[in-house]
Design a protein around this ligand. Structure first.
Ligand SMILES: [Zn+2]
Length: 464
C-alpha cells in the first residue's frame, strides 16, 4: 500500500515501524467554537485512513488532541464572561456530537493540553538544556537557526522562511522564525507555574509533547490540514527531533483545501459553515460521503448543488442496501446454480478493485465508483428469485466496504416495518373495494420513494 508523503513529495510504500501496529497522530481542534466543514474534512479523511488500516489488519493507536488553551479561547471566554475550562468543556462535548454524527470514531486517546502541563514543561526544559531554546522575559523561544533541517517539511530554506515571517509583537526574538514554546501570562489570563514564571504553553509544543507521551518518539503517520504544514508541523519536527534525537514522523499526510463556491471559506465573506449548519439540513452521512467523493489531496469545492448531487448518489447506495435487506426477508433458501456461483465471484473482484483503489494513497473517489458499479450490477441481476446465500454474500461485502468509508446507512425516513403496515392497510382497503384509499396509500409510498408491484404471490416493494 502506498501513501503520499508530504516530507518527500512522493508516494511511498507504507510499512509500519513495529509489525502490525500503526502509531498515528492527528492535530485536533482548538475548542472555542463548533468545528467547521474544513475541519470536518480532515477528521473524516483521517478516520477513513484509520478504518482502512484496521480493515487491513493493523492495530491503530490513534491520538487526536484538543487544544484547550490559547489566545482564541482566552478572548472568547472573556467575551462570554466564562472560564477557559468551561468553554473548552462545552466545545469538546459539541465536537463529539458532530464527530459521532459523521461516523468519526473516537481516538484511542484524546489528550488535552491543559491536562499535560507537567510533561510540556519538561519538554521545554529539555530543549533549553540542549541549547535549542532560550528564555526571554518569562517567555521561552525555540531558536530555529539551531535546527539544521528547519524547513524540510515545507521545502523551504530558513532564509526564505525568515524573509516571509510576519513581524510579531516580540521583536527581541533572535530570529523572525523563532517561535514561542512557553508564554508568560498577562493580567487576567489563566496560568501555570513554571521555572520561567507564571505562563502557559504555546500551541506547537503540545503536539510534540503529547505525541511522544502517548505514541513514542517516532510516529508512523502524522496528519492534519494543509494550513498546518507551516509553521505548525515544521515546528513540531524541530521540537521533537531536537529533543528526542529520533525521526519524528515517517509519513506526513495533508488534505487539500476546501473551498466554498470556488472561494476560500471565511467568516468575513459570509461563506463560513459549521458542521452543524449543514447537518441541520442534510443527513450527516451525506456530508461524510460528499467529503470522500474527491481524492483527499485535491482541493474540494463545496456548494449546495454539489451537496445535492452527493445526496442523490448516497441515496442510490442506501436504497440498494435497503432493497437487499428487504429481499432477504423472504429470499429462497436454495443451492446456487453454476451460473450463480460464477456470478458470486464477480463480487470478490469488486472487492479487490475497491482495495486496489484504497491501497493507492486512499483513493476514495475510485473506491466509491466501484460501489456504484456494484449498485448497477445488483439492480440488474438481483431480485426476488435470487437465493438467500447470494444476497447475503453481496450485502456483506457491500456493507464491509462501505464501513471502510465510515458509512453505515443509518438514517432512513421510512422504516421497513412502517412500509409493511402501509401495504397491509392498502390490502385491506382493496378488499373493501375502497379503491380511492388504496390508491392514496400507493401514491403516498411513491412520494417516499417506495415502488409497489402486485405479483401472484402478493405485493412486493422496493426503494427507487
Ligand atoms: Zn499539532
Amino acid at each position: 500500500m502506498k501513501i503520499y508523503n508530504t516530507l518527500t513529495r512522493k508516494k511511498e510504500e507504507f510499512v509500519p515501524l513495529n509489525d502490525n501496529i500503526v502509531n498515528m497522530y492527528v492535530c485536533g481542534p482548538t475548542v472555542y467554537n463548533f468545528i467547521h466543514i474544513g475541519n470536518a474534512r480532515a477528521f473524516i479523511v483521517f478516520d477513513t485512513v484509520r478504518r482502512y488500516l484496521e480493515y487491513k489488519g493493523y492495530k491503530v493507536n490513534y491520538v487526536q488532541n484538543f487544544t484547550d488553551i490559547d489566545d482564541k479561547l482566552i478572548k472568547r471566554s472573556h467575551e462570554e464572561n466564562t472560564t477557559v475550562k468551561e468553554l473548552a468543556d462545552r466545545y469538546i462535548e459539541e465536537y463529539f456530537k458532530d464527530a459521532d454524527s459523521l461516523g468519526i470514531k473516537r481516538a484511542t486517546v484524546h489528550p488535552r493540553a491543559t491536562e499535560n502541563i507537567d510533561d510540556i514543561i519538561n519538554f521545554v526544559k529539555k530543549l533549553i538544556d540542549k541549547g535549542f531554546a532560550y528564555v526571554l522575559n518569562g517567555d521561552v523561544y525555540y531558536d530555529t537557526t539551531k535546527f539544521k533541517e528547519y524547513g524540510k517539511l515545507s521545502h523551504k530554506n530558513i532564509d526564505e522562511l525568515k524573509a516571509g515571517a510576519r513581524i510579531e509583537v516580540n521583536e527581541d526574538k533572535k530570529n523572525p522564525t523563532d517561535f514561542v514554546l512557553w508564554k508568560a501570562a498577562k493580567e487576567g489570563e489563566p496560568y501555570w507555574d513554571s521555572p520561567w514564571g507564571k505562563g502557559r504553553p504555546g500551541w506547537h509544543i503540545e503536539c510534540s509533547t503529547m505525541s511522544t507521551k502517548y505514541l513514542g518518539k517516532t510516529l508512523d503517520i502524522h496528519a492534519g490540514g494543509p494550513d498546518l504544514i507551516f509553521p505548525h508541523h515544521e515546528n513540531e519536527i524541530a521540537q521533537s527531533e531536537a529533543a528526542n534525537d529520533a525521526e519524528f514522523a515517517r509519513f506526513w499526510m495533508h488534505i487539500g483545501y476546501l473551498n466554498i463556491n470556488n472561494e476560500k471559506m471565511s467568516k468575513s465573506k459570509n461563506n463560513f459553515f459549521t458542521v452543524r449548519d449543514i447537518t441541520s439540513q442534510y443527513d450527516p452521512e451525506v456530508l461524510r460521503f460528499f467529503m470522500l467523493t474527491s481524492h483527499y489531496r485535491n482541493p474540494i469545492n463545496f456548494s449546495h448543488d454539489l451537496l445535492e448531487q452527493s445526496k442523490s448518489g448516497f441515496l442510490r447506495l442506501s436504497n440498494t442496501v435497503d432493497n437487499l435487506r428487504h429481499l432477504l426477508d423472504d429470499a429462497l433458501d436454495r443451492e446456487l446454480s453454476d451460473e450463480e456461483k460464477a456470478y458470486k465471484e464477480k463480487y470478490d473482484e469488486y472487492k479487490r478493485r475497491f482495495e486496489e483503489a484504497m491501497d493507492d494513497d486512499f483513493n476514495t473517489a475510485d473506491a466509491i465508483s466501484v460501489l456504484f458499479e456494484m449498485v448497477r450490477d445488483i439492480n440488474t441481476n438481483i431480485d426476488g428469485n435470487s437465493p438467500k446465500e447470494l444476497i447475503e454474500y453481496i450485502l456483506d461485502i457491500f456493507l464491509k466496504l462501505s464501513s471502510v468509508l465510515g458509512i453505515s446507512y443509518k438514517k432512513r425516513d421510512l422504516l421497513d416495518d412502517e412500509i409493511k403496515k402501509l401495504i397491509e392497510k392498502r390490502e385491506e382497503a382493496r378488499k373493501a373495494k375502497n379503491w380511492a384509499e388504496a390508491d392514496k396509500i400507493r401514491d403516498e409510498l411513491k412520494k417516499q420513494g417506495i415502488a409497489l408491484e402486485d405479483t401472484p404471490s402478493g405485493v412486493r416493494w422496493k426503494r427507487i
